[in-house]
Structure formats: structure tokens, C-alpha cells
Design a protein around this ligand. Structure first.
Ligand code: PLP
Length: 378
């Protein structure tokens, strides 16, 4: 009897840990692939530490599964992948002017979105004696973030007739609201504009290039717009951006912690900085070693966020501290050393994010590098 109680209480983690499940990653990859035509290429977006998980391990796993391309936001992220042994082509979505030669040194392929960066990259490629160095041309079709305007199409194409240092590998754009079916009209316009821009551009170039437009929600909601390749991020990590897709994905990451200490706090006593919580009655308060420096933002304080302990929900009380949070466990049978889930199987990151007025992307990419990562193979 007491031995049994011991096993059920046995914590699986002994410190704050982000568990990363590679079998779930494979499941999500295969699910997304099942939505594509057989010859559609798959680019895996592994920017921001593979959405807060572990970019090198995620990329290695996907490389073994024969993913066609990777994308990162910045050159330094691509350099890290090359150093980890990634040989698959890597698109750098937002290369910065100061590290273009570094990109070439590590065989990283830039997205070019202004004449200024295109010319700068051509100069660097010529200086490094490159021939047909692969680059990716991005057009703005309505997101108004990065990309050439339609009017620049001829000018962009001309740059490539003037240099042999560069060769266009792909032409792409990005959807602004692919997850929002109320914006379907807007998205269909983006798709139509992309279609006409990309075909006019390849005609001018005179050679075929890879065309790609869709992110995860684009893949799920606009099968007619997959073109030659799709770029998936959030779906690989287990979120489908809609209630109907939720059950088809498996979140790859679970954030866990342990109870450091439990206090009994009497009615009228306070908890935490600035006395953020005043106990309405005698309560049991557990302190956990995770705070805003680990990625649990202050917006989760004051009962907005909660954690799961033995499948029961414990609200965060008072202010989130830098290294700790306190949770109300008055109605939960628990003790110091017990395992706590911040998000994972018992508590979806998508739902948690929603309660604090944010999105899964922000919650999962915000888990800081201080948090120990543990890789699970199944
Ligand atoms: C981040 C990003 C993606 C991935 O989007 P998801 O919604 O995570 O699938 C695709 N394309 C571009 C240009 C991006 O910046």
C-alpha cells in the first residue's frame, strides 16, 4: 500500500523541464505530409529554437525523415544547424545586411526582399567567387511585412540577367490570415496575386523555380494553394490553429516542474511580491521553480493561468516572479517534490495561451534557454 503510494507520487522530473517527444514530431510531420500531393516539397520551419523546443534535434529528426528544406529566421540560427551536422538546404527568411558572407560560408540560402539586400548579397557572392548561388525571392501579396512589390517585378528579374553569381531557387510569399476563415476573401486574393506574380516572374527569368506560399494553416485550409512546396512550423510542433484540427496533432513539448515548498496561508495573509494575493481563507500554497525568466509571463498571474497537479488544476496566485510562481493547491492532495505540468497532455498550451490573451506560438517560443530540455523518443 505505501509502496504503491510512493510509485504514483514518483516525479518524472526533478527540476523544471521541457520534454520534447520526437515520436509526436514524426506523427505531425506525417499528418501534414498526408495533406500534400506526392510531389509537393516540404519545408520545415525551425526558427526560434524550433518554436522553443530544440532546433538541432528537431532538424536532425526531420532530416532523417527526408524533409526537403529547412527555414530559419536569422543567419545565426542556420549556422547553429550546420554546426549540428544538418546538410539539408536551409532558407534564411530574414537575413541581416551585416552577416551575408557568413550565410555563404555556411551554405545558407537567403530570402531577398528589397533591391538593397539583393544588390548587397550579389556583391558579397561575387566577392566570394560564387556561381549560381541559390537565393529566394519574396513578394509582398498583402501581409505588408517583407517582400518586393508587384511593380518591382521587372527590376528584380533584371538583376539576375546581370549576374551569374546568383540563381533564383524559389519565389514565395506569405499569407496574412490563413487560419482565419472569416478572411477567406482576403486570402483568396493573396493566392491569386501570388499566382500571377510568380508566373510572370518565372517567365521573365526564363527558368523554372520552386513556388511556395502556405504555412501550416494554409496547408490545412487552402489545398489548392500548395504549389511546389509548403512551409510548416506550428503544425510540426503539434498545433493546428483550430479546434477541428486539434485532435489530429500531438504537441511535441510538455513543460513540467516540481513543487519546491508548500505553505499554509491563513485568511488575510498575502502571497508574493506586492502582496499580489490576499488569502480569502486558510489555503495551501505551493511554490514552483519557474517564473517569467523561464517564459511564464506576468500576464499569467492573478489566477489567469493555472498548472495541473495530478490532473487537477491549480491557479497561479499573485504576481509571477522572475524564478518562481505560487499556485493554490488547497483542494489538491500533493506534497513537496510532486510533479507539476504547466502545459502538455493535461493542459494544452493553446488553451493556456488563450486564457492569457496570447497564442500558442508566443507561449511555446517563450520558454527560455534556462529550462532543461529532455528528449523523449516515444
Ligand atoms: C514562421 C513562418 C512560417 C511558418 O508558419 P506556421 O504558421 O508556424 O506554420 C512560414 N513562412 C514564413 C515566411 C514564416 O515566417
Amino acid at each position: 500500500m505505501s509502496a504503491q503510494t510512493k510509485t504514483t507520487r514518483m516525479p518524472k522530473v526533478s527540476e523544471t523541464t521541457l520534454e520534447i517527444n520526437l515520436a509526436s514530431l514524426k506523427h505531425n510531420f506525417e499528418y501534414l505530409k498526408s495533406k500534400l500531393q506526392n510531389n509537393t516539397l516540404f519545408l520545415a520551419v525551425v526558427k526560434a529554437f524550433a518554436y522553443g523546443s530544440d532546433a538541432s534535434i528537431v532538424a536532425k529528426t526531420l532530416q532523417e525523415l527526408e524533409v526537403d528544406y529547412f527555414a530559419v529566421a536569422y543567419t545565426s540560427e542556420g549556422v547553429t544547424l550546420r554546426k549540428a551536422g544538418i546538410k539539408t538546404p536551409i532558407l534564411v527568411l530574414h537575413p541581416q545586411l551585416n552577416n551575408l558572407s557568413l550565410a555563404i560560408e555556411h551554405c545558407l540560402e537567403p530570402s531577398l526582399y528589397t533591391i538593397k539586400i539583393l544588390k548587397a548579397f550579389a556583391r558579397v557572392a561575387r566577392a566570394l567567387n560564387q556561381k549560381n548561388y541559390p537565393v529566394h525571392i519574396k513578394f509582398n501579396t498583402g501581409l505588408n511585412r517583407l517582400g518586393f512589390e508587384s511593380e518591382e517585378l521587372d527590376l528584380v528579374a533584371e538583376q539576375f540577367s546581370e549576374t551569374t553569381a546568383l540563381k533564383v531557387k524559389s519565389v514565395f510569399s506569405h499569407l496574412a490570415a490563413s487560419e482565419d476563415l472569416e478572411e477567406k476573401g482576403f486570402t483568396l486574393n493573396q493566392i491569386a496575386l501570388y499566382k500571377s506574380l510568380s508566373s510572370a516572374f518565372t517567365k521573365k527569368l526564363g527558368y523554372p523555380v520552386i513556388r511556395h506560399l502556405c504555412n501550416t494553416s494554409g496547408v490545412l485550409n487552402y489545398p489548392e494553394a500548395h504549389f511546389d512546396m509548403v512551409r510548416c512550423g506550428i503544425g510540426l510542433y503539434g498545433y493546428g490553429n483550430s479546434k477541428s484540427e486539434e485532435q489530429n496533432f500531438k504537441p511535441i513539448a510538455a513543460l513540467k516542474s516540481v513543487i519546491s515548498q508548500i505553505h499554509v496561508v491563513e485568511k488575510g495573509e498575502s502571497v508574493g511580491y506586492n502582496r499580489g494575493f490576499i488569502s480569502p481563507s486558510s489555503s495551501k500554497i505551493a511554490t514552483l521553480p519557474i517564473g517569467h525568466a523561464d517564459g511564464i509571463g506576468r500576464h499569467f498571474g492573478h489566477g489567469v493561468g493555472c498548472v495541473s497537479i495530478g490532473n487537477k488544476k491549480a491557479p497561479i496566485v499573485g504576481n509571477v516572479c522572475m524564478d518562481m510562481i505560487m499556485v493554490d493547491v488547497t483542494h489538491i492532495d500533493c506534497e513537496e517534490g510532486d510533479e507539476v505540468e504547466l502545459f502538455g497532455p493535461a493542459l494544452s498550451a493553446e488553451t493556456s495561451a488563450e486564457t492569457a490573451n496570447t497564442i500558442s506560438y508566443e507561449l511555446i517560443t517563450g520558454i527560455s534557454q534556462r529550462v532543461n530540455r529532455k528528449i523523449l523518443k516515444k
